[in-house]
Design a protein around this ligand. Structure first.
Ligand SMILES: Nc1ncnc2c1ncn2[C@@H]1O[C@H](COP(=O)(O)OP(=O)(O)O)[C@@H](O)[C@H]1O
Ligand SMILES: [Mg+2]
Length: 288
């Protein structure tokens, strides 16, 4: 007779939820594991185009997935560049199978498997360009549309990254409202630095009105090269945002561009490239 069966019946009932959880782990380690680990949802954002949001989103998602983590990348940019790199059949995906369906029709988040093991994607769509107008006149909790559907699937993942559009409209608000943390991407240049102030205001507003738990994970300086422009930008960044500036700086590296041209993440294309080494270091510093 086991120790457990010797306990009085009412005491045994107290243990029941824990036993069921344990049995779940034994029978179905994959799903049970994900419900037992911490989930982190991170927006990759800035209101500038061309800064490196998509490059960073793909590198972080694919890098963690290749290290065995279950990852979902949500592409809410109308340019859908993450989706075009990670989904071979992207051109055949209708808007109903993209996050457009979630944002506009409040449908479940469409999730597609990528060729990278452990990495799924909810693809973007060109028609997301219309959503800001539609959300502006919407009468429901328009800031909640992504979060409501992400909540239903997030337990299947250990990390969710959201590749944001290059503006501070309702789509970015939806992303920040769904997130635990946000990484601001900054490339060299005066206007890029200027945009940080605006982004801080948006974070403060989202914290005040929608998501008080949202945290700034840090500012990631990308596309760094040996020019005066980069040197001056970094000096100003260190003076003004020294504490928030993340410790890893991403270099300008053509392999990153070539990888995406080949529809590959940088770790598949060339794991020894300077860009791959930098993003791997960032993953180890921030997430592992
Ligand atoms: N570190 C980098 N080195 C070289 N090219 C880069 C780097 N980061 C981004 N790029 C290139 O710059 C362009 C814009 O980058 P992208 O990540 O799409 O920016 P965003 O999503 O912010 O608009 C793309 O062609 C991309 O390949
Ligand atoms: Mg992009």
């Amino acid at each position: 007779m086991s120790f457990f069966s010797k306990l009085p019946l009412d005491i045994r009932f107290l243990f029941l939820p824990y036993l069921m959880q344990f049995q779940n782990v034994l029978e179905n380690p994959q799903t049970a594991f994900s419900t037992l680990t911490d989930l982190m949802i991170v927006s990759i954002a800035t209101q500038k185009g061309g800064a490196g949001k998509t490059t960073t989103s793909i590198a972080l998602s694919a890098g963690l997935a290749r290290k065995g983590k279950k990852v979902l990348l949500v592409d809410i940019d109308q340019q859908a560049n993450s989706s075009k790199v990670l989904l071979r059949h992207y051109p055949t995906i209708p808007k109903e199978q993209s996050v457009h369906a979630t944002i506009i029709e409040r449908k479940p988040l469409p999730i597609h498997k990528t060729d990278v093991p452990n990495l799924d994607i909810a693809p973007g769509h060109i028609l997301l360009s219309n959503t800001d107008v539609e959300l502006t006149i919407a009468k429901d909790r328009r800031e909640d549309r992504l979060k409501r559907e992400l909540d239903k699937v997030k337990d299947n993942y250990e990390y969710v990254f959201i590749d944001c559009p290059p503006n501070l409209g309702w789509l970015t608000i939806n992303a920040l409202n769904s997130s635990d943390q946000v990484i601001i991407i900054v490339a060299p240049g005066y206007f890029e630095l200027d945009s940080i102030v605006q982004f801080y205001k948006t974070i403060a507003e989202v914290q005040e009105f929608f998501n008080p738990d949202l945290q700034l994970k840090g500012i990631l300086f990308t596309r760094s090269d040996p020019t005066v422009n980069t040197r001056e930008s970094l000096t100003i960044l260190r003076q003004m945002y020294g504490k928030e500036l993340l410790p890893v700086i991403i270099p300008e590296n053509t392999d990153l561009r070539n990888a995406h041209f080949n529809k590959q993440d940088i770790f598949a294309y060339n794991p020894h490239a300077k860009g791959a080494v930098a993003y791997d270091k960032l993953i180890n510093e921030l997430f592992l």
